[in-house]
Design a protein around this ligand. Structure first.
Ligand code: ZN
Length: 145
């Protein structure tokens, strides 16, 4: 468990400092804004779609290390997936950070099980996911409150 925790801290620090998917998708199909007033995280997610397949995801905004790292990995994991895949992965991810974590999640997301030790951070870790799912459903603004 100590290893996973170390890996978690390393991963969060790395992705928060050097996000690979920060920015805005040019000619996006969906856009969503997410707010987590509890922490002060604000995020804008843009998505381009080819039919039902997510071809590109980017995020922008201001947030803590956990919300930024989670948004960056979310973008990485969802590129190339279908809208339904995205919803399934989010459900698994939510169970991982806030529930019993019995669902399968892509390996890259497994380190986020470390968030369970910090319940107040669950909203930081899930903000980008709530935002992207809302955007895909045509809802342009979400808040964790
Ligand atoms: Zn936060």
């Amino acid at each position: 468990m100590a290893d996973l925790r170390e890996l978690y801290l390393e991963m969060v620090t790395d992705h928060a400092k050097h996000p690979r998917n920060r920015g805005k998708v040019e000619s996006y199909d969906s856009i969503g804004t997410g707010n987590n007033p509890l922490c002060g995280d604000k995020i804008v997610v843009t998505v381009s779609l080819d039919g039902d397949t997510i071809t590109d995801v980017k995020f922008d905004g201001e947030g803590c290390a956990i919300s930024t790292a989670s948004a960056d990995l979310m973008a990485e994991v969802l590129t190339g997936k279908t809208v339904q895949d995205a919803k399934d992965i989010f459900q698994g991810f939510h169970e991982l950070v806030a529930g019993d974590g019995t669902s399968e999640v892509p390996r890259k997301l497994e380190v986020f099980s470390g968030v369970r030790e910090f319940p107040i951070r669950v909203k930081c870790a899930t903000l980008a996911w709530h935002t992207v799912i809302a955007a895909l459903d045509g809802v342009d603004e979400v808040t964790t409150e």
